[in-house]
Design a protein around this ligand. Structure first.
Ligand code: FAD
Length: 390
């Protein structure tokens, strides 16, 4: 049986993040949710950068905290307790730097990782999803998740790589030091010849496009990104030739529990609010939580949240041991997403009509939880991955 314990220092860190999350992140997240997500806001990244938590898995040799996945998921849960969007910004940062950690050259690591650990906030992004000609709301005719059909190209021109294409829904895109992009090699006839490249933000030809106004996680900023003959040195290619697809699966496998931890955090926020309301509000002259239907729902919510956290911890434990973790990782994401969606739905049911008014925390939780189905691949895609592993 795995031992899910952290040392005293890590527990103190989690408790400090909890404090920050309930005292500052929740308030800022609620404010940003109200005003919209069309601008980059640096306040929450500033809080987190001061604690070196914007990229907490970066090893100490590059200035990071070198957190294990077990500790990192606990931190993400605490941030998501305050605001799921804020947690997503950190998670997408980690997604973007993971290819460097897995297979980046020492030079690239030295050049790009230390800034992500600086006291002044720095972000990175991962650009995979694409805008396609038919990617026009309901006129869309094919799943854009079909990675083998991505159209962004990379062409070798005089020791430089020239990138062309448009990426969609890139979180942190407008605020990043660098973007890690998945592209198809123009020279290769093979459909599966995909490669990842690191493109520094100041590269001529790298453009930030339309801002995507999201229904949930509105404290994060998401944009389209254009590559118009964006030229980078050959050494900014990440990993082995044609290894882009495999590298992407590794990034997803390793980091899925972080997305799951956002689910646990948002579910916990919704549950704690509902419990407070149920213990305070009266129905037929007695507190709401004494109503059998309500108490039964509260017990189920609480049980599911604990089970989701255990699923996250199990996956994190296997990742830290580097032991066959893919199945546990995807399962944790699938289950925690479900729990977040069920819990936030039930929260609105129990809190009642006020919980369904704009600006009430319960309706924010509901929208934030819904986004989890689509982060780092759709729920259906994740089930397809799992169907080959059960
Ligand atoms: C908040 C948020 C942040 C995001 N951040 C980023 C980011 O930083 N970088 C980035 O590149 N992308 C990002 N995305 C995009 C995200 O990765 C995609 O939304 C996700 O991969 C799903 O793709 P899609 O929305 O295009 O759905 P589609 O791929 O168009 O899917 C449409 C339908 O087909 C189903 N489907 C798709 N593929 C399969 C399959 N193989 N088997 C069975 N069913 C399938 C889906 O489940 C869905 O029902 C973000 C999305 C959100 C919501």
């Amino acid at each position: 049986m795995p031992a899910f314990t952290l040392n005293k220092e890590r527990n103190q860190l989690i408790s400090d993040v909890h404090e920050l999350s309930v005292s500052k992140i929740a308030e800022r997240g609620a404010y940003l949710d109200r005003i919209g997500d069309d601008k980059v806001d640096w306040k929450i990244p500033e809080y987190l950068a001061k604690m070196n938590l914007l990229a907490p898995i970066i090893p100490a040799e590059y200035g990071g905290r070198g957190l294990s996945m077990m500790a990192a998921t606990s931190i993400i849960e605490e941030i998501a307790l305050g605001c799921a969007g804020a947690a997503a910004v950190v998670v997408m940062n980690i997604f973007a730097l993971t290819p460097l950690l897995i297979t980046g050259s020492e030079k690239l690591k030295q050049q790009f990782l230390p800034d992500l650990c600086a006291e002044r906030p720095h972000l990175a992004c991962l650009a995979i999803s694409e805008i396609t000609p038919e990617n026009d709301l309901e006129r869309s005719s094919r799943p854009r998740e079909d990675i083998t059909r991505i159209t962004t190209t990379a062409e070798l021109k005089d020791d430089q790589i020239s990138l062309n294409g448009t990426k969609d829904f890139v979180m942190n895109g407008a605020a990043s030091d660098f973007v890690v992009v998945l592209a198809r090699s123009k020279e290769s006839k093979q459909k599966s010849h995909l490669q990842m490249y690191l493109v520094p933000a100041k590269t001529p030809g790298l453009e930030t496009g339309r801002v995507l106004n999201k229904v949930g996680m509105r404290s994060s900023h998401t944009v389209q990104m254009g590559f118009r003959d964006a030229s980078i040195p050959l050494e900014y290619r990440i990993g082995r030739d044609g290894g882009g697809y495999f590298l992407l699966t590794q990034i997803y496998d390793r980091n899925m529990p972080l997305v799951a931890a956002i689910g646990v955090g948002v579910a916990r926020a919704a549950f704690e609010l509902t419990l407070k309301v149920a213990r305070t509000n009266k129905m037929l002259n007695r507190n709401l939580n004494l109503n059998q239907y309500v108490s039964s729902a509260l017990v189920e919510m609480s049980t599911e949240i604990d089970a989701a956290r255990l699923a996250v911890m199990r996956a994190a434990y296997y990742i830290d041991k580097d032991d066959n973790y893919s199945r546990a990782a995807y399962m944790s994401k699938l289950y925690a997403t479900r729990v977040a969606q069920r819990t936030t739905f039930q929260a609105v049911n129990i809190i009642g009509r006020l919980g369904f008014t704009v600006g009430h925390p319960a309706e924010k939780y509901l929208r934030d939880a819904q986004m989890l189905s689509m982060i780092a691949g759709s729920e259906h895609l994740h089930k397809q991955v799992l169907s080959q592993q059960i």
